[in-house]
Design a protein around this ligand. Structure first.
Ligand SMILES: NC(=O)c1ccc[n+]([C@@H]2O[C@H](COP(=O)([O-])OP(=O)(O)OC[C@H]3O[C@@H](n4cnc5c(N)ncnc54)[C@H](O)[C@@H]3O)[C@@H](O)[C@H]2O)c1
Length: 329
């Protein structure tokens, strides 16, 4: 698994280890989520574009690869499209090549249903909708999917792109530019008013990370190829999410409103019928439960990080590094 030290990665690693799967994580830790990997997991600290990463894959000879490592910031991709493509396009090509060299036929890739479709005419959006991404991040996911298809056709690999919607849950980075759930938890727990960009009536398809980890594991075991949406199919407004989290925090103060992002898609929701049919998967966690679990986890982490007895390295290890990072799209 690449990117196994990140937000979705850590949840998926734990899921796999609980099923006695032997896991190698390749991650250079540039945006690790700060949660420790299970002791049984081997970690190769390497950039996915490096020869060390390719060598580790060939040595490990995996039965299946889950490729999560990515530059995850949509705004960052606009500021630095070349840097984004280096990781999100070329890194994926490097991994596909390493997978072929290791004679690993199963390759599952984390794509983005939120970013790849652009302004879709149809909601919830089915996979057959032609991708029309609006940011370099989405264009890179589309390009990477193109390489997945080519490696399937030419080298007989069984490649699958999972197009996630807006994933939220414990251990997500709340210090960056995206991820309204994590950002709102951080703000509420640091005594700041929640903030909404735009009018808050824009909608997203919020899917809980444990449900996404389950989809990842099912996808690794399955042999279906192509693209599958991973979401709930339900559009929820940003306002609803912020209000739920404020209620969980017993916060009754004001909400700050900031300017919306130009070009931001108004509504997204993914049609998940293919996931149900082909993976036997649907997202079972109700939004309210997922938000409550997420807020509780953020509160516990904040308590651990600020407790005087945890001021040393152990306490520091419970949180991400201090540098603010762009959130994931
Ligand atoms: N979080 C979401 O809502 C969401 C939505 C759609 C798609 N995705 C995709 O899912 C995947 C995982 O997302 P996440 O939210 O867990 O992100 P994350 O940033 O928390 O985790 C990514 C991990 O990849 C590692 N990484 C990044 N670049 C690397 C490189 N060049 N070499 C080695 N390791 C590298 C980071 O250190 C980090 O541990 C990404 O591909 C992302 O684009 C996420």
């Amino acid at each position: 698994m690449t990117g196994g030290a990140g937000f979705i990665g850590v949840h998926t690693v734990r899921h796999l280890v609980a099923e006695d799967v032997t896991v190698l994580v390749v991650d250079d830790r540039r945006h690790e989520c700060g949660e420790a990997l299970p002791p049984a997991v081997e970690l190769e600290v390497a950039d996915i574009n490096s020869s060390a990463a390719a060598a580790a894959v060939v040595r490990f000879r995996p039965d299946a690869i889950l490729h999560l490592a990515a530059q995850g910031g949509v705004s960052r991709s606009v500021r630095d499209p070349v840097g984004d493509a280096l990781v999100n396009v070329l890194g994926t090509v490097a991994l596909l090549k390493a997978s072929a060299d290791a004679e690993c036929r199963r390759f599952v890739f984390a794509s983005s249903g939120g970013a790849i479709y652009g302004r879709a005419a149809r909601l919830p959006t089915p996979e057959r909708t032609a991708p029309k991404p609006l940011a370099p991040y989405g264009a890179a996911k589309q390009a990477a999917e193109g390489y997945l298809g080519m490696f399937a056709r030419t080298f007989g690999m069984r490649t699958l792109a999972l197009r996630y919607s807006n994933v939220y849950g414990p251990f997500q980075d709340g210090t960056g530019e995206a991820g309204v759930v994590a950002i709102t938890c951080e703000r509420l727990l640091s005594g700041r008013a929640p903030q909404i960009r735009g009018d808050g009536h824009q909608t997203r398809d919020f899917v809980f990370v444990a449900d996404v980890a389950d989809a990842n594991v099912r996808a690794l075991r399955a042999s279906v190829t192509g693209a599958i949406n991973i979401g709930t199919g339900t559009a929820t407004s940003v306002r609803t999410v912020v209000n739920e989290l404020a209620a969980a925090a017993a916060y009754s103060g004001p909400i700050d409103f900031d300017e919306g992002r130009p070009g931001e898609v108004r509504d997204t929701a993914l049609d998940t019928r293919r996931a149900q049919t082909l993976l036997g998967w649907r997202a079972p966690t109700p939004l309210r439960d997922g938000l409550s679990q997420t807020f509780t986890s953020f509160r516990e982490r904040t308590r651990r990080a600020t407790a005087p007895s945890n001021a040393g390295p152990a306490g520091a290890a419970a949180t991400r590094g201090p540098a603010p990072r762009a959130g994931s799209g």
